[in-house]
Design a binder for this molecule. Structure first.
Ligand SMILES: *Cc1c(COP(=O)(O)O)cnc(C)c1O
Length: 367
């Protein structure tokens, strides 16, 4: 039995009749960019999150870049970011001319360690970018408190956290800061059939600015108020996202069931360290840790279990960021995580049987 790390075929199959109808309808109007479907999705997603506005853009990276730019951050400004994240979080900051200032993460949650943020603040610091990595909301109250104390903006990278919420307040990821970026890359919890992204904000000025920026700086055709870019979410992707948004909570619930199963079955197996259960977690990724990660990864791959590593090389040690001159050892927790972490198959279409095989193979490895 081959167990795919990600099963997008079954996601399509489950919604086939609705999605095929959408394709037929779209080709009836033949209106492909910035039409009624984008507008509808933006309103639905805003309502789902509990924010005033969302804006569809071309991808998650653009969502972050546009968000950072719209709140007035750019050349020479410093933005605090977790050392352990997907490189897009750092790249979004770099792309605006601002400087990513990494902070190590918490060993338990793998999320930004709020106790290390204040030491990284300088006169140039303008913002903090918490990343709700793996689908778990960061510990936001202390982060928001630090932001308030030093008058910093908060930009959330919510690319892996569609529907995730804080269990104390029920507040959803993407609604805490001035602005948040989401990705709809196919494998994300809410994914389209290509690239897509969204910015969420409660601020009408930010909404207005990004609305102009994403469309050549223009709201009236051939009249350009600012120097903009082309970063749009097309009608087909918006329609697909509207269709899939209706299933997001149910699909996240299925991920939770698998997570619970893994947590129960893998408890005390070998030297595995498991993530903690949290009811607001949407399990974009189910990660385990083991000192034998490389051997385990190879064993599972050889036995047909699709696994992955998020992420094998810390960003500060990537060739792209060598110019920052950050030495090995600078972020010890991030560096250890990158050596120990392993992502197991999870998703709304992973069957109980597939999860059981995965568990069995892991137990076999440690026997
Ligand atoms: C996927 C992802 C992004 C970027 O999204 P794209 O749509 O691929 O541009 C940003 N940050 C994190 C944490 C991500 O996982």
């Amino acid at each position: 039995m081959e167990i795919p790390f990600l099963n997008l075929k079954s996601a399509y199959k489950e919604l086939k009749s609705e999605l095929d109808q959408l394709w037929t309808d779209i080709n009836k109007d033949s209106f492909y960019v910035h039409g009624s479907r984008l507008k509808a999705f933006e309103e639905e997603f805003a309502q789902y999150l509990g924010v005033k506005y969302t804006l569809g853009v071309a991808n998650g990276l653009d969502a972050l870049v546009l968000g950072i730019t719209a709140i007035g951050i750019g050349e020479g400004d410093e933005v605090i970011v977790p050392a352990h994240t997907f490189i897009a979080s750092w790249l979004a900051i770099s792309q605006t001319g601002a400087i990513p200032i990494p902070v190590d993460v918490d060993n338990k949650t793998c999320l930004i360690d709020h106790t290390k943020i204040e030491d990284a603040i300088t006169k140039k610091t303008k913002a903090i970018m918490p990343v709700h990595l793996y689908g778990l909301v960061c510990n936001m109250p202390p982060i928001l408190e630090i932001a308030k104390k030093y008058q910093l903006k908060v930009i959330e990278d919510a690319a892996q956290a569609h529907g995730a919420f804080d269990i104390k307040t029920n507040q959803r990821a993407g609604t805490f800061g001035s602005v948040a970026g989401f990705s709809f890359y196919p494998g994300k919890n809410l994914g389209c059939f290509g690239d897509g992204g969204s910015v969420a904000t409660n601020d009408s000025k930010i909404h207005e600015t990004i609305d102009l920026m994403r469309n050549y700086g223009s709201s009236v055709r051939y009249h350009h108020e600012i120097v903009g870019v082309n970063s749009r979410l097309d009608e087909l992707q918006a329609g697909i996202l509207s269709t899939k948004l209706k299933y997001l909570d149910e699909w996240n619930e299925r991920r939770r069931e698998i997570a619970k199963f893994y947590l129960q079955e893998l408890n005390k197996v070998g030297d595995i360290v498991l993530p903690e259960y949290n009811a607001g977690h949407v399990w974009h990724i189910f990660h385990i840790r083991s000192s034998k990660r490389e051997q385990l990864r190879e064993y599972l791959a050889n036995n047909g279990v699709g696994v992955n590593v998020h992420y094998p090389t810390p960003i500060h040690l990537q060739p792209a960021y060598q110019y920052m001159n950050i030495k090995k050892g600078a972020f010890p927790i991030t560096e250890t995580i990158s050596q120990e972490v392993l992502s197991l198959p999870i998703g709304p279409h992973l069957t109980k049987e597939e999860a059981s095989v995965c568990v069995r193979k892991i137990k076999e490895f440690f026997r």
